[in-house]
Design a protein around this ligand. Structure first.
Ligand code: BGC
Length: 720
């Protein structure tokens, strides 16, 4: 893909400062608030808007383009069909992308969204959602990455970099601790600084280093008692101060709550102003600047930050739009989906399906038509999608969308010798009848998740568990394919032969599923989230009342809902399960392939102040080609911190083949944040470096001795 040219940061700062110096007060104000880019709240689409989430008119006399901002990470949305008939490539969920454990695919993913955004006339992509999965019921987990700071930060960072290489600014969002949708505008996340710095904030820090996003979007939620969008600690102190973020902070839609307070705390732009109680960053900000309640230099800073990112990313360099090559992007979506499917169980090597199965029953809603997607502002609706009323409706989201990629159709095409029968599973008797007559049953389970509403529990909705149980009674072999927005319970696990996690697999998802089932492709995904065995094992089994699901942020504010994130603190996901001794149903990092791998000879190859090189031999000990994802975890012997993912590789090996891999373990994964000094400290002592197949496996280990404690300012611990 053609990439934009890069600018040195000196040039960028000078150009931005020159532009601001030439602007009038009104012109500056014009850039710091955006309107909805589609007709809403009784207003027409703004003149000049391409049609999307938000728009601000540019300043033609200075060559500053209109801001055309579009959702989002999973592809280019078309809210309210504002661009009639326009469609886009619906990529698999970013959760699936995380399951590939493949940063190159993350880069490609970002490039695709960036290219489509550019070619449709947008210059800002509201992508880069990377909140850690603290709450498996969170309705937006599918739009995020994982429960681990390194995996989330690195994958999101690569996607952001890919987008921006196309000359489109990407956000990273929702900064920070926007961990659930129920009550999202009232949720007050309480967390100690050390715990946050070693978990969610570390993910954002890594994504910032790797992706250098031009903009950051705070969440709807409150963070330690202050709205994230006017939180001086998050925005001024940490993001712009310690992390030296040079870009701009834009509010989430409906998440600006004040003028002076927000401006002084570090918010640079009010987004989608119609949704807020007031246009806080329009006339009100002009008045506040005139009255010197907000220094003029602060307004200049807001504008410089916006212009700086536009210049840096190449938005100001005119580049012709090309027609979108949807076929090529669908092929890329297939590669991504195929690598992100996770094989969780394959008893008796039922997969890949071979000629021993001649009559296969396919059961499950819409398996003959398409694959499920997640709802909300990130929703992409490609041509031919199936739309239906949502099972759980609220003000924000009323439609469930199935992407037109039918697993059944692809199975029929790719396995013409097999006699397939199909039932949607609505009628249990019919499902049982066709199962009785089959050699094998494929059941497609689904769990629809959406922005603005969390799942009530971890169960597949409706009667699906009963359906799967009933089928297992009569079927010689049952294969469950799950299309979900995260972990689900599997009360039937012992009775089925195969479980394949397909997440929301996107526009080519049906083909990816068929290819794995038939052995045309080999599974190589690994879980980016732990699957809990029971709700009672979670840090907060009792979830926030869905009645508090203020989908629309301007809904009348009630009391804050305090959520204690210090229960698990930095021990999110697999670290929590390790701490509590609870065994998850499937651990983080887990995934099977057609073959087996063994790891041996772990050793420290080199120990430096800023990183440690670790060598491991990985052997394909089975009899088929396959891909392994050996994971390096760090443990402290004195229990100062739990097992932390510090590096991984993805390697494809032929039977009997061995590769010697070198892993780069950055010293930050040995370090702990010290709130008093605001530095990371590496404590003298003994550590283990573990190579394991997943977070729950003992793995092989070697020990590492740190002789002298050291304090390091963060910049010295840059991720390699
Ligand atoms: C979401 C953001 C999104 C924005 C614009 C909000 O509801 O939280 O992620 O970018 O809408 O559509």
């Amino acid at each position: 893909m053609p990439e934009k040219r890069t600018h040195s940061s000196n040039d960028v700062n000078l150009r931005a400062a020159d532009l601001v110096a030439a602007m009038t007060l009104d012109e500056k104000i014009r850039l710091v608030h955006t309107r909805l880019g589609f007709p809403a709240m009784g207003k027409n689409k703004p003149e000049g808007a391409v049609g999307s989430a938000a728009f601000a008119p540019g300043i033609a006399r200075l060559g500053i383009p209109d801001l055309q901002e579009t959702d989002a990470s999973l592809g280019i949305a078309n809210p309210e069909n504002v661009r009639p008939g326009d469609h886009a490539t619906a990529l698999p969920s970013t959760q699936l992308l995380a399951a590939t454990f493949n940063p190159e695919l993350a880069r490609l993913y970002g490039e695709i969204t960036g290219k489509e955004a550019h070619d449709k006339g947008f210059n800002v992509l509201l992508g880069g959602g990377l909140n850690l999965t603290r709450e498996p019921r969170n309705g937006r987990n599918f739009e995020y990455y994982s429960e681990d700071p390194l995996l989330s930060g690195r994958m999101a960072g690569q996607a952001i970099a890919g987008t921006q290489a196309q000359g489109v600014v990407s956000t990273m969002k929702h900064f920070a601790l926007n961990a659930q949708e129920n009550g999202r505008v009232q949720a007050n996340g309480l967390i100690a600084e050390k715990n946050a710095r070693e978990s969610e904030l570390l993910a954002f820090e890594i994504a910032l280093e790797e992706g250098q996003p031009g903009a950051v979007m705070p969440g709807y939620n409150l963070y330690n008692g202050e709205y994230a969008s006017e939180n001086a600690y998050l925005l001024n102190e940490l993001l712009k101060g310690e992390w030296k973020f040079p870009g701009w902070v834009m509010s989430d839609w409906g998440a600006t709550h004040s003028t002076v307070r927000a401006a002084l705390a570090g918010l640079d732009q009010q987004s989608g102003e119609e949704i807020d109680a007031e246009v806080f960053f329009g006339d009100a900000l002009r008045d506040a600047v005139t009255a010197e309640l907000v220094p003029h230099s602060r307004l200049d800073d807001m504008v410089v930050r916006i212009l700086r990112s536009l210049i840096q990313v190449g938005v100001m360099d005119v580049r012709e739009a090309d027609p979108v090559d949807y076929e090529a992007h669908a092929r890329d979506a297939l590669s991504i989906a195929t690598e992100g499917l996770v094989l969780l169980k394959n008893d008796g090597a039922v997969l890949p399906l071979t000629s021993r199965f001649n009559r296969i029953a396919v059961i499950g809603k819409n398996a003959d038509k398409g694959v499920l997607s997640g709802g909300g502002s990130s929703q992409v609706i490609p041509q031919g999608s199936i739309r239906e009323a949502s099972p759980q409706q609220n003000d924000f989201i009323r439609t469930t969308v199935w992407h037109p990629s039918s697993p059944l159709k692809h199975l029929c095409e790719k396995a013409p010798h097999v006699e397939f029968t199909y039932a949607d599973g609505e009628d249990l008797n019919e499902a049982v009848r066709i199962s009785e007559q089959a050699d094998l049953v494929l059941i497609f389970g689904w769990q629809w998740m959406a922005e603005s509403l969390d799942a009530p529990d971890l169960n597949l909705p409706g009667d699906q568990n009963a359906l799967i149980n009933a089928v297992t009674e009569v079927s010689p072999s049952t294969v469950v394919i799950l299309q979900t927005g995260g972990p689900v319970a599997m009360p039937w696990l012992d009775k089925v032969s195969v479980v394949l996690a397909a997440w929301y697999p996107g526009i080519s998802g049906g083909e990816a599923i068929a290819d794995i089932l038939l052995g045309i492709s080999a599974p190589s995904g690994r879980l980016p989230v732990s699957f809990p065995a029971e709700i009672s094992h979670l840090p907060r089994p009792q979830h926030t009342d869905p009645e508090l699901s203020n989908a629309l942020p301007f809904a009348e504010m009630r009391q804050d809902i305090c959520i204690d994130y210090d229960i698990e603190g930095a021990d999110v996901g697999y670290k929590w399960f390790e701490r509590t001794g609870q065994k998850p149903l499937f651990p983080f990092g887990f995934g099977l392939s057609w073959t087996q791998f063994s790891h041996s000879g772990i050793e420290i190859a080199e120990q430096r102040a800023e990183n440690v090189s670790v060598r491991v031999c990985v052997t394909n000990s089975g009899n088929q080609s396959g891909t392994d994802v050996p994971q390096i975890y760090v443990e402290s012997h004195d229990g100062r911190f739990r097992r932390r993912l510090a590096a991984w590789h993805k390697v494809t090996l032929e039977p009997g083949e061995t590769a010697t891999l070198t892993f780069d373990v950055n010293a930050r994964f040995l370090a702990e944040f010290e709130p008093d000094t605001r530095l990371w400290k590496i404590n003298a002592g003994q550590y283990s470096i573990v190579c394991a197949q997943h977070a729950g496996a003992p793995g092989i280990r070697t020990s590492l001795t740190i002789r002298q404690s050291s304090l390091a300012a963060i910049p010295e611990l840059q991720l390699k």
